[in-house]
Design a protein around this ligand. Structure first.
Ligand code: NAP
Ligand code: ZN
Ligand code: ZN
Length: 348
């Protein structure tokens, strides 16, 4: 099947138009015509090989929404014309204990990510900065027509990555939650924690985001260069979700946790973080991490969003402005997620 998209050819080059082939859909597979694709900071980390092991050419994109245009003969969940969404993984073994526990992202055989990976047949996967994608129906999610489709796209990564740990650590109306970094992930973490009834404190390096953070659901906003304002929260949080994309001092946030509190990293800076033993020994604190979420939980999150009218705050962009968009993400200059309108892809 012919596909058109945007790819990077090495870690220093910009995204450029790229034609490639996708496999024809198998009996259990769905073809999704992509309407919108979110730009996750992980796309930039991988396009620029900041995590190592990048495979080029690379078509990034794992926040994908669109319409089903073809289904294999065994497909049960979808018919042609349905709205559909694809996130960060497109295959897993479906047999190991983690897959069976709906934690396919931690598949013991290794989950196949939507791009920059090899699938189980050895083919390189290409992501959502493209006009279409072929995926096994197990990894395709249903989308409610009630929500603005473009603003649903970021739920497939930024949404589930913040929803999942907040559910895992049972955030509710008696929780005090901190969110560090008001970017794509951070603003979704803030919306979900607020929606679950928690008292939410947003930490940000950007003074110009204070008012937005309040509108998005923050009970309090702390600008992190104000050490006294940070210190006021010492020993008080049940959980802090660290959504920062760049190296930073985690001890500052560990010290804000109460007895048995958890600092959960979802951000993936390229270099190791350093932890002072005293910051975790005190108050029996935990430093944890969390990766996206399972397939059933992703659908649960999308259904929760439809029920509670939650979507991402987005800036729609066109394919010719992709490289500019990357630069703006790096400057924290987007409110709060870029989404690519795939209708702007050149026809040939
Ligand atoms: P993003 O939109 O760029 O947001 C990152 C935010 O971090 C920025 O908006 C900024 O918030 C803050 N920040 C940036 N540089 C900083 C610095 N030097 N010091 C302190 N704060 C800084 O990125 P994103 O798409 O939300 O992704 C965030 C991270 O999560 C990335 O590393 C990404 O790869 C990772 N990620 C992980 C998973 C997972 O499964 N665990 C899934 C998706 C993404 P303020 O302006 O408010 O300070
Ligand atoms: Zn992502
Ligand atoms: Zn598995």
């Amino acid at each position: 099947m012919k596909s058109r998209g945007y790819a990077v050819h090495d870690k220093k080059s910009p995204l450029v138009p790229f034609s490639f082939e996708r496999r024809e859909p198998g009996a259990s597979e769905v073809v999704v015509e992509i309407a919108y694709s979110g730009i996750c900071h992980s796309d930039i980390h991988q396009a620029r090989d900041e995590w190592g092991g990048s495979i080029y050419p690379m078509v990034p994109g794992h926040e994908i929404v669109g319409h089903v245009t073809a289904v294999g003969s065994n497909v049960k969940k979808f018919k042609v014309g349905d709205l559909a969404a694809v996130g960060v993984i497109v295959d897993s073994c479906r047999e190991c204990e983690n897959c069976k526990a709906d934690e396919q992202q931690y598949c013991l055989k290794g989950a196949v990510e939507t791009y920059n990976k090899r699938d189980y047949s050895g083919q390189v996967t290409y992501g959502g900065y493209a006009n279409n994608i072929v995926v096994h129906e197990y990894y395709v999610h249903s989308v409610s027509p009630k929500l603005n489709l473009a603003a649903v796209a970021p739920l497939l990564c930024a949404g589930i990555t913040t929803y999942s740990p907040l559910r895992h650590w049972k955030v509710g109306k008696n929780s005090k939650v901190g969110v560090v970094g008001l970017g794509g992930l951070g603003h979704m973490g803030l919306k979900f924690a607020h929606s679950f009834g928690a008292h939410v404190v947003q930490f940000t390096t950007s003074e110009n985001k204070i008012e937005d953070a309040k509108k998005l659901g923050a009970d309090e906003v702390v600008v992190t260069k104000d050490a006294a304002a940070v210190a006021k929260h010492t020993g008080s949080f049940d959980i802090i979700l660290d959504c920062v994309s760049a190296p930073h001092d985690v001890n500052q946030y560990l010290n804000l946790l109460r007895l048995n509190g958890t600092l959960c990293l979802v951000g993936l800076p390229e270099t190791p973080l350093s932890v002072a033993p005293f910051s975790v020994v005190a108050n029996r604190r935990s430093l944890a991490g969390s990766g996206i979420g399972g397939m059933n939980q992703t659908q649960e999150m999308l259904d929760y969003c439809a029920e509670h009218n939650i979507v991402s705050d987005i800036e729609l962009t066109s394919v010719d402005k992709l490289n500019e968009a990357y630069e703006r993400v790096l400057k924290s200059d987007v409110k709060y997620r870029f989404v690519i309108d795939m209708a702007t892809l050149p026809k040939s």
